[in-house]
Design a protein around this ligand. Sequence first.
Ligand code: NOJ
Length: 744
Amino acid sequence: MRTRHFLIASLMFFGCLWSLGAQNAPSIYEAKIDSLMNLMTLEEKIGQTVMYGGGWAKTGPFVNTDFEKYIREGNVGAMLNVYTAKATRDLQKIAVENTRLGIPLLFGYDVIHGHRTIFPINLALSGSWDPELVELTSRIAAEEASAEGLHWTFAPMLDIARDPRWGRISEGAGEDVYLTNVLAKSYVKGFQGYDLSKNNTILACAKHFVGYGAAQAGRDYHTVSMGEDELRNVYLPPFKAAVDAGVETFMTAFNELNGVPATGNKFIFRDILRNEWDFKGFVVSDYTAINELIPHGFAKDSIDAARLAMLAGIDMDMMGHVYRKNLKKLIEDGAISEDLVNEPCRKILSAKFKLGLFDDPYRYSDEKRQQEIIYKPEFLKTARDAAAASSVLLKNDGNALPLEKSATVALIGPLAKDEYHINGNWGGAGDRKGKSVSIYEGLQEYLKEHGILYAKGCDLEKDDESGFQEAIDAAKKADVVLLVMGESYHMSGEAASRTDIRIPGIQPKLIKKIREAVPNKKIVMLLMNGRPLDLSEEIEQVDAVLEAWYPGTMGGSGVADVLFGVYNPSAKLTVTFPRNVGQIPIYYNMKNTGRPIPESNPKQDYKSNYIDSPNTPLFVFGHGLSYTSFKYSDLTLSSAHIGFNDTLTATVSITNTGNYDGHEVVQLYIHDKVGSITRPVKELKGFQKIFLKKGETKIVRFKLSAEDLKFYNNKMEFVAEAGEFEIAIAPSSDFKFKHLFTLE
Ligand code: NOJ
């Protein structure tokens, strides 16, 4: 940990104060912005609100081709999907040297879990329960991105997601509010650093505001409808945490929220974000989301869409042409005031000043720095560590893992030699071929020359069984079978919702055939996927399951470290794995209902249960095994009662009772038993990741105050209510409360 602190610090600039909440400070550039805006025509001001794409990546349905022309005309404020020092410099040159006022462009890109060096997907990384690691990975991402001319990332994605059908569940930190709040801060700190005027820091963007993760039936872009209590207690808090951490920009969500599309939603952008939270940065629409106000049935045409988005407080139009084409006319017709355009222009210019682009517009576009920075060995080392720390050991019967270095391993499956899917859906600018380490290559570091018997077996999705026999033969010859299976990376991310969340294609059939062929051999399944899968059938066939998600550039090495016990797995799920798709949405912090099922008789009539499935999931939130075991004992509370100004200390003793040193993620949960609005059956309120040598015992302490017990009540006031609270410190969310305290 100490080394990591040092790495983060050395990647920052020394001697600067962390600019927590800095975007809320009055801009020291106001006078400069005033003088510049005095010189600007209305068209030039509108130009600042326009973002076009350079087409280096396709991240939406439409790609603009005339961007150079619009830049020359002074009609563009920002570009997306262009990177490298040279490409950004070339375009910046047009903006700075060939337009009337020479206002520099902002370059933004989806640097989601790494830029060149790709880290595990965000859902995986959240499973490390390691805020410092998350900060470090985003710091490295910012180092690499900024060296390639980028000023702005469209991250972090802070959408709470409880529906694994939704492909974008892979991009967030899972289902829990508390954990997402904590990691939101780490992401923002990592990207924005101490001081935005340094050329290795970039603007972060909290997205997608708001409710996107609650898309009906898990179908992307679908309708969202929820009460204000759920909005305020579940979906808004991570965004507030990002504002508190000083995030500079926000992105709108594609969905409608209670009948009003987010991109035209004044309530969320003006009333909550700006007025309640005092956010001073700027808001970008998602990709053509202003245009989409029309098919939503909210705007009648493009000019109406421009008006509604402006009124809602959307400062920049990503890819839509809507602001460029319509704002001038709206002002000339008196439909909106010019001040409505001055406001976004001022905020966007302010961001450019903060980044130092008016001092030197090319300061990020430095080819020498690019050469020095990308894929630095220490970045790759962090990527390897992150892959290990994010892999969740779901099952390990008979200690099938770790593997012996002397073993002969049958390495089977469509992802065993993969270097392409391993980087995940938001692979940034990461090189998928040649740079990423496959599982096969990772294993080669550990196994003797003839220790790997490789057979692909089948494809990810096709139904050709001709490779089955070779795989079965390899399984028969080996000491242990390692299946590397999962989803293609195209199956998660945007527009990648699935109604069937089982392992695709004929992979499950191959697993069965192998089990039949080697009934007594250890079979380990290594999964790469972007969502919780329905593993109900496969889990019975195999001895061990390691969920590696998409582990990134160094995935093969990091995962091999876990397979061979060099890294003792410590990751825990941040999202529930259902037994079947019919249980969705399923998450640990649900409400109790008026007819909860009695533990003694889960099948009782007229209770909130299913007639064909248990209510419980396959794997709970917080679950994750280790090669060692931990014993929790002696939970004590400093008092059975606390007042509104007191602090409760909860203490537990944890012993490593197994044979390996290891990390444990210790989780604190509460249950507010009675509320003016009902409270979830369990709520995470704290966690600590500790390291214990075998045989070692540590005392872990958590502090709780009334502040931690607050929620939005039935009047939408943020309060703690007096009453009884259950409390537990546990290794996962699967426990029964035994302790109680009161707030009075
Ligand atoms: C659409 C996605 O929803 C958003 O997350 C992303 O940042 C933009 N495209 C830009 O690529």
